[in-house]
Design a protein around this ligand. Structure first.
Ligand SMILES: Nc1ncnc2c1ncn2[C@@H]1O[C@H](COP(=O)(O)OP(=O)(O)OP(=O)(O)O)[C@@H](O)[C@H]1O
Ligand SMILES: [Mg+2]
Length: 269
C-alpha cells in the first residue's frame, strides 16, 4: 500500500438524485482541542438516497456524522471551519435553533437507547415536550412511526409496556420510530446494526430500503457487505480525509484510488 495520502480533491458530488442535494458539506475542518480530526471534507449528500460512510476505525466517520445535527456542540475545545448547509441554510450559522435542527436530522445510534418508559411514551415524549397533548395526534403519530419502523404488528398490543422489554432488534426499530416521529428530512445512523444479530440486521436493512425516498439517510457502517447492499452512494474516509466518493457500485467494483481499493477488498481496515 502506498503510504502517501491523496490530497487532490475528489469529485465531491455524485450523480444527482432527482430531488437534489439534502446536505452540502464544504471545506469542512474540525479540531478536538489541538488535534485535527477532519480535513477539508467536501461532500454533497443527495435527497432520498442512502449514503454510506466507510473507513477504518478512527478515520472520522462518527465525527462527521455528529456534525450534521450538531451533536458535537457540547464537546469541550471543539472547533470547526467550513460550512454545512441544508436546503441552502448554514447549520452553523448565527441564530440557528439547534433543537429544531435536530428534529430535521433524526439520529439513531450504535446501541439501541430507548428511554426507560413505555413504547408509547418513547415515541410521544418529544411531542409532549413540544406541548402536544391531543390524544388523537399522539395516537396517530405512534401508529405512523411504528408502521414506518416495521414494528407496529409486534408492538400494537403492548404499547404501554416498558420499551426495555423489547428485544435488541425491536429496540433499535423503536429508536428508528422515535427518530421518524418528528418527520425529519434526514436520518443519521451510526453503525445501527453493530449490536444486532444477523436476522435483526436484515430487518433493519429492509427498513432502510423502505425509508429511503421519504428520508435521506446517512449511515456509518463497518460492514462492506452492508454498504454494498443498502447504499446508493459511498464515501470512503481515511485519517480525517474524504478519499473517494461515488456511487456504491463504482466504489466497490471500480474505485479510482488505490487506497479505496485496498480498503473495500479487505487489505486493511
Ligand atoms: N470527543 C472527542 N474528543 C477528542 N477526540 C475525539 C473525540 N471523539 C473522537 N475523537 C478522535 O477523533 C478521531 C475520529 O474519531 P471518530 O469517532 O469520528 O472515528 P470513527 O471513524 O467513527 O471510528 P470508529 O469506526 O472506531 O467508530 C479519532 O482520532 C478519535 O480519537
Ligand atoms: Mg464511529
Amino acid at each position: 500500500m502506498n503510504d502517501t495520502i491523496e490530497f487532490e480533491p475528489t469529485a465531491y458530488h455524485v450523480k444527482k438524485s432527482n430531488q437534489g442535494p439534502a446536505l452540502d458539506i464544504r471545506d469542512f475542518n474540525l479540531w478536538y482541542g489541538e488535534t485535527q480530526a477532519l480535513y477539508d471534507n467536501n461532500l454533497e449528500i443527495q435527497k432520498g438516497q442512502v449514503t454510506a460512510l466507510i473507513g477504518p476505525s478512527g478515520c472520522g466517520k462518527s465525527t462527521l456524522l455528529r456534525c450534521l445535527n450538531r451533536m458535537n456542540d457540547l464537546v469541550d475545545g471543539l472547533r470547526i471551519e467550513g460550512q454545512i448547509t441544508v436546503d441552502g441554510f448554514d447549520i452553523y450559522g448565527r441564530g440557528v435553533d439547534v433543537i429544531a435542527l435536530r428534529k430535521r436530522m433524526g439520529m439513531v445510534f450504535q446501541k439501541p437507547n430507548p428511554f426507560a418508559m413505555s413504547i408509547y411514551d418513547n415515541i410521544t415524549y418529544p411531542l409532549r415536550v413540544d406541548g402536544v397533548t391531543k390524544k388523537s395526534i399522539l395516537d396517530e403519530t405512534v401508529e405512523r412511526a411504528l408502521q414506518q419502523a416495521a414494528l407496529w404488528k409486534e408492538a400494537k398490543d403492548r404499547l404501554h409496556d416498558s420499551a426495555l422489554g423489547l428485544s435488541g432488534g425491536q429496540q433499535q426499530r423503536l429508536c428508528i420510530a422515535r427518530a421518524v416521529a418528528s418527520d425529519p428530512e434526514v436520518l443519521l445512523m451510526d453503525e445501527p446494526c453493530s449490536a444486532l444479530d444477523p436476522i435483526a440486521t436484515a430487518r433493519i436493512e429492509e427498513l432502510i430500503e423502505e425509508l429511503k425516498g421519504t428520508y435521506s439517510i446517512v449511515m456509518v457502517t463497518h460492514s462492506m457487505a452492508q454498504a454494498a447492499r443498502v447504499s446508493d452512494n459511498t464515501a470512503f474516509m481515511y485519517l480525517g480525509r474524504l478519499i473517494e466518493y461515488g456511487d456504491t457500485d463504482t466504489i466497490f467494483t471500480n474505485p479510482q484510488r488505490p487506497r479505496t481499493n485496498d480498503y473495500v477488498t479487505g487489505r486493511f481496515g
